[in-house]
Design a binder for this molecule. Sequence first.
Ligand code: ADP
Ligand code: MG
Length: 553
Amino acid sequence: MAQEKMQFKTEVNKLLELMIHSLYSHKEIFLRELISNGSDAIDKLRFEAIKNDALTEGDANYKIKLTADKEAGTLTISDNGIGMTKDEAVNSLGTIAHSGTKEFMKLLESKEVKDNPELIGQFGVGFYSAFMVADKVTVTSRKAGEDKSVGIKWESNADGSFTIEQCEKETKGTDVVLYMKEEDKNYLDEWEIKEVVKKYSDYISYPVVMDTTKKVEDKDVTEEETLNSMKAIWLKDKSDVTQEEYNEFYKHITHDFGDPLKTIHYRAEGTTEFNVLVYLPKKAPMNILYPEYKSGPALYVRRVQIMENCEDLVPVWLRFVKGIVDSSDLPLNVSRELLQKNKMMDIIRKNITKKVLETIKDMKQNEYETYVGFFEEFGRVIKEGIHFDFARKEEIADLLLVQSTSTESGKYTTLADYVSRMKTEQNEIYYITGKNRKELENSPYLEALKEKDYEVLFMTDEIDDIIISSLMKYKDKNFKSILKGDINLQTEEEKKESKENFGKLTDKIKDILGDKVSEVRLSARLKNSPCVLVSGDGDIDMQMEMMLKAMGQ
Ligand code: ADP
Ligand code: MG
C-alpha cells in the first residue's frame, strides 16, 4: 500500500488551531488524554478476549509504556490494547466522532472560550491535544489478531492533512510518538512525567510504566517503574478519593467536557455485591430525546468492562445517569439477552434508582437553586417516569417543578405547594397546556379562574398531557384541564338560573352549527370573551401517544 495523503475534517482543523495557537496553560493534559486512549484500547481488547483468547497473542500483561528520548526529542506512549485497522485510524484520527461534537464546536466558538482559551483545558480534548506539545505526531498501530504485516502508520504535522501507509508491526496495540516542540521538551524529564501521571492518571486501572535508572552501588540500574497506584477509583473507600479525582474520572469515562453535578459512590452488600460510582451530569446531551442516545452507566464484572453503556442498569427516565457499576457476582461472559433476564440486574437497578432518587430529593430540599438548574436540564426526561414507572409515579410527581399563575415568570412551584394554596372550596388542580407561558397568560380560558383567584398551572412540555393522564391525581385531587370539558365554577342554583335565561339561545346556536360541534354549553368561565372552543373531557391526545412510540419507548 502506497502512502496516502488525506485532509482533516473542518472541525478538526478548528480544534487544532485553537489548541496550537491559543492554549498555553494546561498543556500537560495531553498526557492524560493519550494514556486514557491506551487504557480504553486495553479495555476493549480484554472484553473481546473473553470470547476469543487468541486476540491476546500470548501477551495479557497489559500496560501503557512511556518512553522519553531526549536525544531524538520524542515521547512515545505505547499500549498493548486492541489497536486500529487502517479504516479505523482514518475515521478516528481525522474526524471528531464522539457524541458531544456539536456542543463542543459551539463551545470552541463561544465568546467565553475565545476570551479565555485555558477553559478548554478542563475538557476532554482527546487525541488532538497531542499537538499542543508536538509539532509532529506519528501513530503506528496493529489490530489484535491481525497479521504483523498489516500494521499502519499515521502521521501529521497538524497542517490540515495527515498521511497513512501500511507497515510491519510486531506487537498488537498502538504507539503514539510525539516530536516535542522546543518549548515543551520539559515533558521529557522523568520527574515531570511522574508528576503529570500522578496528577491526572493515577486511577487508570492498568500500569503506566516507564524505564527509570537508579544508582545501585555506583552502577546504573534500569528498571521498569509503575507510576500510578492503579486502584480502581470505584473500589476505593469514599474517604480516600477527593472530589477532584472523582471529576477527572467522570471526564475520563463520559467524555463530557465539564465537571459532574453530583457524585454518588457506594458499595452494596447483601444478596448480591456490587460497587457503584455514578454521576448526575450538569448538562443534558443534545441527543437525549432521540433513540441513538446511549443510555446508562458502564457495567463491569470484577474490574473487567463488559458494556460501555448498559441501559438495564437504570430506568429509562434516569437514562442520563452515567458512571460505573462493578458486580462481583455476574458471570464474565454474560450477553445482553441473558442480562435482561438476570434477577441480579433487577436488584441492582432498583438499588441505584433508590440512591439516585435520594440524591435528587436531597438536592431539591437543601440546594433548591441547583435543583432548578438540574430540573431544567433533565425534568423532561424524569417526567417520562410518571408514564412508564407506575409504582413510582407519585414519588416522581413530587419532583416536578411547574410555572403557574402564582409564580413569577421563570419561577416554579411544586405540586405540593400548589395543593397547599388551594382554596377551601376548590376541588381540582387546574392546568392549561400550550407552547409557552407568555401565550398561556393571555388565554381567554384563564379569565374566570383569575376572577375567582384560582391558581392555574402552566404545562408547557409537549408530553405534559400524557404525564397528567398517567398521573390523574395528586394528593387525591384530580387534575382538570381548563381547556377541556366543563369547569365547575358555579353553584347548582346559579347553573339552574342561567339555563333558564339562556337555554333557548344555546339550542339555537347548536341548530345553526349542526355537526360541526358536539355540544353548545353555557359556561361560567368566560368574563370578557363571548365564547371559546373546548375539547371533550375524555379526548386523549393521540399525537402524544404516537410521539412517545416514535421515540422507541
Ligand atoms: P475519545 O477517546 O473520546 O473517543 P479521542 O480523540 O481521544 O476521543 O480518540 C479518538 C478515537 O481514536 C478513539 O475513540 C479510538 O477509536 C481511537 N484511538 C485513539 N487512540 C487509540 C489507541 N491508543 N488505541 C486504539 N484506538 C485509539
Ligand atoms: Mg480519548
